[in-house]
Design a protein around this ligand. Sequence first.
Ligand code: PEP
Length: 251
Amino acid sequence: SKQRAKWVVGNWKMHGRLADNAALLQAVVQGAGAFGEAVRVGVCVPAPYLAQVQTLLAGTSLVWGVQDLSAYTHGAYTGEVAGEMAVEFGATLAIVGHSERRAYHAESDERVAAKTVRALEAGLTPIVCIGETLEQREGGATEAVVGAQLDAVLAVLSVEQAARIVVAYEPVWAIGTGKSATAEQAQEVHAFLRARLAAKDASLAAVPLLYGGSVKADNAETLFRQADIDGGLIGGAALKSQDFLAICAAA
Ligand code: PEP
């Protein structure tokens, strides 16, 4: 059995309203009692809802965070949110380098690496997202792509810092498409990533590796049973308490 911590983290993306958030979180908190310490359950929410989420989740077993953070601590960066600001609202997580940010906001590997450092310096656990496009997979470039994405982050971290990150393998073709990677496809990449981490330092074999991309209640168990899959980053299915709780139960 796997000794590493298991995680299920919801990525709400740009969804939510105060009333809907409250109903969702109340149901998740009620259901999450069943998992106890076995699974770390978190939600990454739009920044305006951090205060609400802190109020609703403080004192529960759930943790929360943001979906992005600035590469800077403060300054003339209109519209950005610093990791330190999220920490003031009890956040402990920050998704970094989600493929939607890479694709729609031109986030380079170097920017993702800088944000990872900033998250760690703010005291947040960065969930670093990496993954190949369909074209890259079909061209046989999956390992080259995710290896380079991971290396760009590892290059700027000390071993001690790298030991504090979480990595999410999210094939771009599986995100929001309803077309999950098969458990075999995901495990193959996770094993590759774990070996790459261990090659930097043996201690980094313990870095949690989450799978993301159309995880649902009915495929979560098969995915999470794989030797190198330590849980999931969940988009669409995190918006429905029953689905999200079923996925947590599978971890
Ligand atoms: C995501 O946004 O990180 C994600 C995995 O989305 P979905 O589960 O909807 O594919």
